[in-house]
Design a protein around this ligand. Structure first.
Ligand code: CTP
Length: 426
């Protein structure tokens, strides 16, 4: 292997194995060589020929092949690498790792290695949630195994939905970059994909270098008079975390923020506004942008005639507030004929029919992707975690409940992937 960084990729037997072909290609693009072990079950999903053609060297599968031993022994195979990656990590492979079984080349290499191991689990949601898998995962985490994913969403099996979808190749790539960077030096965590991984290190590459990302965040205040206003419960935590994650990914970031109790994120140009109309003006002034993310909870209405002086009780009875609709900032930018950002992302805060309303919003507002979340009941607004669904014209991807920073990092990695590939939903 001539590249300076390398991984040993163990491809398990699951439908997600096909995604490893793209992963190998992306690793190569990033200067990371991959040597591959294909399990017997993996061979049912991808062929050794396609794996070796992409990896640029032979694909290993048989523990007892003399040629393999003459060529490179399984001990050497497991150690002549910077990181071992197991993708898809099936329930079977996870169980073998947790108990230390070594009855084929993959499990033997995993037991014999002195390198870190990153797994990308993939299985049916019931298998993922089974107490046996929970026990095995707890053991692996105790053993210091790194984990990326799984994501939630529709399964290959008809009608099945839930956690168990293997992380996307770009997410695995980002996790590999972090794991490799972590091997070299302990750095603060900037973009996180390894949900349950201790420590963590800054992502080595800057996937949004050279891009301008525009983010709106927080609530808007709509004045009733000089001292009173209409507002909502948005804390700005999610929008600010997105701006910070975009900056960590190398973008130049403009954050247009309504009134929040948060500090301006480091390395981000923050413009403070109060009302929806000010937010629209600041947003349009910040264009052009490559990616625009509208995380602000903009007040839908403002008072038609805000009083110039403080309204006093008892002068003319209880005041009736006449409201007029505010401009829709997201729709205005998404429908621009010229200077529309390549990717326009909206949020949908809903208390019911989350996915259906998000789909309708996607079409109505003309954006490429909607990040939908259920704000009914529990404290999403102002809280620290979020359960989101990524809604595009092509489908819905549901993520597990994650810290808002983690949602931000994943969203930025997802968008970085889309800007490099194609427009979402196009
Ligand atoms: N949005 C905006 N300008 C507005 C209202 C909303 O830019 N005047 C953006 C938000 O930042 C978010 C998306 O539109 O990205 C959806 O916001 P949401 O409040 O869920 O939708 P509304 O358009 O307000 O629709 P409704 O209240 O009917 O659900």
């Amino acid at each position: 292997m001539s590249a300076s960084r390398s991984v040993l990729l163990i491809i398990g037997g699951g439908i997600a194995a096909y995604k490893c072909l793209e992963l190998i290609r992306r690793l190569k693009d990033h200067g990371i060589a991959s040597r591959c072990i294909l399990t017997k079950a993996g061979e049912a999903f991808v062929t050794p020929l396609s794996v070796s053609s992409l990896a640029g060297e032979r694909c290993y599968s048989d523990l007892f092949s003399l040629t393999d031993e003459a060529d490179i022994g399984h001990i050497a195979l497991s150690r002549s690498t910077d990181l071992i990656v197991v993708a898809p990590a099936t329930a079977d492979l996870i169980a073998k790792m947790a108990t230390g079984l070594a009855n084929d080349l993959a499990s033997t290499a995993l037991l014999a290695t002195d390198k870190r191991i990153l797994i990308a689990p993939a299985m049916n949601p019931r298998m993922w949630e089974h107490p046996a898998t929970r026990r095995n995962m707890a053991q692996l985490e105790k053993d210091g195994v790194l984990v990326v994913g799984p994501n939630s969403g529709a399964m290959a099996e008809r009608g099945e939905n839930g956690p168990g979808r293997m992380a996307e190749p770009l997410e695995i790539l980002a996790a590999i970059e972090r794991a490799l960077a972590g091997d070299m030096a302990a750095q603060p965590r900037a973009i996180g994909f390894l949900g349950r991984t201790p420590g963590g290190a800054a992502i080595a590459q800057k996937p949004l270098a050279g891009k301008h990302v525009l983010v709106t965040s927080g609530p808007t205040y709509e004045p009733i008079d000089p001292v009173r206003y209409i507002a909502n419960r948005s804390s700005g935590k999610q929008g600010h975390a997105i701006a910070a994650a975009a900056a960590a990914a190398g973008a130049s970031v403009t954050l247009v923020s309504g009134p929040v109790g948060l500090p301006d994120p480091d390395g981000v140009t923050t413009i403070h506004v109060e009302s929806a109309r000010e937010m629209l003006a600041a947003t349009e002034a910040a264009l052009p942008a490559d990616i625009a993310i509208f995380a602000a909870a903009v007040a839908d209405w403002r008072v038609a005639d805000a009083a110039p002086e403080k309204m006093k009780k008892g002068t003319s009875g209880t005041p009736a507030l006449a409201l007029v609709e505010n401009p829709d900032i997201l729709a205005t930018v998404a429908h621009r004929k010229t200077g529309r950002p390549a990717l326009v992302v909206g949020f949908a805060a809903e208390t019911e029919n989350v996915i259906d309303y998000a789909r309708a919003k996607l079409a109505r507002k003309g954006c490429d992707l909607i990040v939908a979340n259920d704000v009914g009941g529990t404290g999403v607004m102002g809280g620290d975690s979020n359960t989101v669904h990524l809604v595009t014209r092509d489908g819905v991807e549901t993520w597990p409940t994650l810290a808002k920073e983690e949602v931000a990092s994943r969203l930025i990695a997802h968008l970085a992937g889309l800007t490099g590939v194609s427009k979402a939903g196009a």
